[in-house]
Each structure stands twice: as structure tokens, then as C-alpha cells.
Design a protein around this ligand. Sequence first.
Ligand code: SF4
Ligand code: SF4
Ligand code: FES
Length: 531
Amino acid sequence: MTAPAAPAPAVPGMVTLSIEGRTVSVAPGTSILEAAKHAGILVPHYCYHPSLPVAGVCRMCLVEVEKFPKLAPACATAVGEGQVVHVHSDKAREARKGVLEFLLINHPLDCPVCDQAGECELQDYTFAEGRKDSRYLEPKRFNPMEDFGGDVLYVPNRCILCTRCVRFMDAVAHEPVLNVSERGDRAFIGRDPGADLTHAWAGNVVDLCPVGALLSKDFLNKARAWELDRTASVCPGCSQGCNIMVETRDETVVRLRPRPNADVNVHFMCDTGRLDYRWLNRRDRLEYPMVRDAGGALVATDWDAAVSRAAALVRGAGRVVVLASPSLSNEALFVLGTAADAVGAPKRYVLPRGPEAPLAGVKDLALRAERAANHTGAERLGYGEAQAPFDGLGAGDVVVVADEHLLALQPLALPAGVTAIVAGTVVPAWAADACAVALPITTFAEEEGTFTNLRGRVQRYVQAKTPPTLARPGFLVLGELAAALGAPRPAPLASAVFDALADTVPAFTGLRWARLGLRGLPLLEPAEVGA
Ligand code: SF4
Ligand code: SF4
Ligand code: FES
């Protein structure tokens, strides 16, 4: 007897099926769970994650497929031509209700004190599909909380043994230090003897954990999920340019988390970038434009007075050097460049460096040695890296310093007699005595703009919180200085400045702010620029 012939594909090269009455065509080999996403249908799941190997251990994704003898796990079942899938049939929902009941047998009802409450998939699916009550009267299992090392705490009572954390450390970090220890209702996530989660990317297990079993020590008890405002942004920690969410509570940044971008960071971010946000909440910020008065003190003034004083100092200087942070936005670097060009000043930057830490299981993803967001943008905009940025300067010369990143320069000293004009979030200690004008600018969390990552991808970030008092975005402040020095006055919008930049700088040809979206677009290759 011969097997019946497979039905001819309705769409050539694709597999067409029906999920909850919606017809969808996907590539062969796609799982039913991913196909359902294309159809706009969420199949409940715990152990499945698109960036991890499929495990099929939680059974939360059971769906009914017509002509299948039993329910199928949607994460581990490939689509078939003509399949008819029911996600919300009585049979499928009853099975998932049973899965939830088992998961909740030993799960504590401590949502009121759990950090994950409000963003917990166990809460969400129980609310959507679970039983209204528990039939379990016996005492629940108890295991004490454990410090897993790094930024991670493990609360075994809440663990549903989905193994996402184990698979991340194994298949993505390539440091298999976690395991499932014991069996049955005694099972828990264990660490290999002597090992812990001090890996540079281990913090991702907290995001991956669908419940509150893995917690960030840094974020512990800081905020409830529903109190947070979330803003799409780009990590400024290194030149990788990971896409992130800046999470704020009452205008205070309390957490950074990765935002998916298949072209840059997939679903991940490193611990260095994740935990480096406290500087965004500094209370000692420069809040007013300031100028040095006759008595030698820096005193607050208005914008016009400060900008004209800065322009006068630049015009009256012997030599002028512009020293910009490679973490300024493309827009700020562009308008600062027009100011430098107007007076013939060289454009320099200093690049802080640190050890590189790749995420072994993801191609081209690493905490980069270049610890600044936009040195590629700076280079394409005509700035040059300098080891000794003040070389050649002396009495009567002026250095225009832009952005706080230059705090890294603290061991350097300005030559005697050099005057500094500082556009920054603070006045760096090394420039405090020489600073004649200080212009307060915003951090990346307080403005919108773009960075260019090391692969030449231009990515937008969005304003997440209000700036202090009179601080303004760097491109606005530096644009005023440029205009005072005779350069064209830039438009007062980051979008318009970016479009002007794209019209002017060959490497940015063809880009438009409106087309960047929130995942970015690549620059032209250097060869194409020269063509
Ligand atoms: S700790 Fe979280 S991610 Fe790890 S197995 Fe338990 S529930 Fe899953
Ligand atoms: S790799 Fe770089 S950009 Fe990505 S999170 Fe870490 S510091 Fe930030
Ligand atoms: S998500 Fe499919 S079995 Fe866990």
C-alpha cells in the first residue's frame, strides 16, 4: 500500500495552513508556534524561546491539529501543508489548564512580593487559561533563595524548570555551568561545583526566565512592573550598539533591558551595558549655562550670553581644538563639526577601551573593546582619534570639549593657559579650572538622536526622561555655537539635522530619519562612498 501523496503547496515554496481559522503561509520547517505568530495568534509557551534550542519540556504549547491522534507541542511540531490547527479548542485549553495546575502545585503565591509580578508569564497564562482554584491541599515544597553569582538570584520555589537558563548558558554563552539537579518534584536548577554566573552575558538569564525564579540583584524591589515607563533606545556602553529599553520610574532610570534586533543583538545585552545606568540619574548635573566672572567664579547666565561668550573666546584664540566624545549623537557631532570647520579647528576624539567579551553562540555579538557608542559615526563625520588631544596647545589657545564621556580623560591635564569651553552634563574635573564657559547638555536618555555602530548601522534612540532645568540636547547647544561662529544654523529637530547630515556627508547618503525606524539601517560601504 502506498502512502497518500502530499498535497500540492497552495503557495509555491511555502507551507500553507490554517490556524484558528486564519490562513498563513510560512517557510517549510517553521514550527506551528512561529507560524501562529505570523497569523497574529499567541500560543502559550514557557520553555520555547526563539533564540534558544527547542526543548519541548513544558507542554504549555499543546494545540489540537486535525487528523493528529493526540495534541501536539506547537514549539516542536513543524507545519504541514493543509494542516488545520486549533489553539483554543476545548481539548487544547483543557490540556493546558492541567499543565498550569501541575506548575502551580509547588509554586508559592507570593506575587505581591515577587519582582516578576506584572510581567510574569505564569500569572498571565493562569489568568487567561488556569483553574479558578487549587485542589492541592498538601504543604508546598520549600527551598531557600540562592545567590547564583554575578547579578543573579535564584528562587527555586518559583522555578517551573523550563530550562531556558540552562540552555542559554550551554548553547549561547558556551559556558554550561547550570543543570537540572534531582528529579520529579525535588528537581531544581543547580550550578556545577565551583561555578557561578559571573559570565559577561549571564544577566540575560533573568530576562529569559518566564517567572520570578531568576532575579536581578540590582533591580530587586526597586519597582513594580506596572510603574515603569519603557522607551526604545540604544546602549551607549560600547560600539556594538545593542538595542535596549530604558525603563524609568518617576523620571529615574531603574533598569536597562535588551530590545530584539536580529541584525545587532538578537535578544541579548551584556552585563556591563545592562548595569551601567546610574550616571543617568546623577544629581550633580550642570543645569544652567555658566560663564566665568571677573572674580573667577563660574556663574549662571542665559543661553545667549553664554553662547556669545564662547564664540568670542573661540574667535579670539590662538589655536582652537575641538575634542568631542565618541558617544555624542551623529547629529551633535555633525553640527559641532560645522562649528569646527567654520574656524578651521581640528576635530578630535579620545576612545576609552576595555577588554572585549564575545557572546560565543551569537555571530558578531560582543562587548566591544571600544567603549563608546559612536566612534564609527565620529570617524565618518571627519573626526580623528587622538592619544594626546591637547598636543600643540599652549597659552591663549582654546579647547571646545563636548560631552561627559571625557571623564575618562581625568589623568590628562590641559596645558597651562589653555581655556576650555565645555558642553557637557558635568564639567570634568580636569577642565574645571580652565573652564570659561559651561553649556549644559542632555544625556542620550534625555534626547532623541542616532548612533552609528561599529558595523556602520545607524540606529535611533528615543527620549526616555526629562532633562534637568535648562539642559538641552547637544545638537541644539552646539548648533547655537556653530551659528555664532558663522556656520549655518541647524534646524531645531534631531530628525531635520539628521536629514541635513545625510544630504551633506557622503557616507550617510540615501538615509532618511523617517526610514530608520527603531531597528536602524546600514551606512553605505566605504567603497560605495568612493564610487
Ligand atoms: S530558573 Fe527560570 S529560566 Fe531557569 S528553569 Fe527555572 S523557570 Fe526556567
Ligand atoms: S555589548 Fe556594548 S552595546 Fe551591547 S549591551 Fe554591552 S555595552 Fe551595551
Ligand atoms: S513551549 Fe512547547 S513544550 Fe514548552
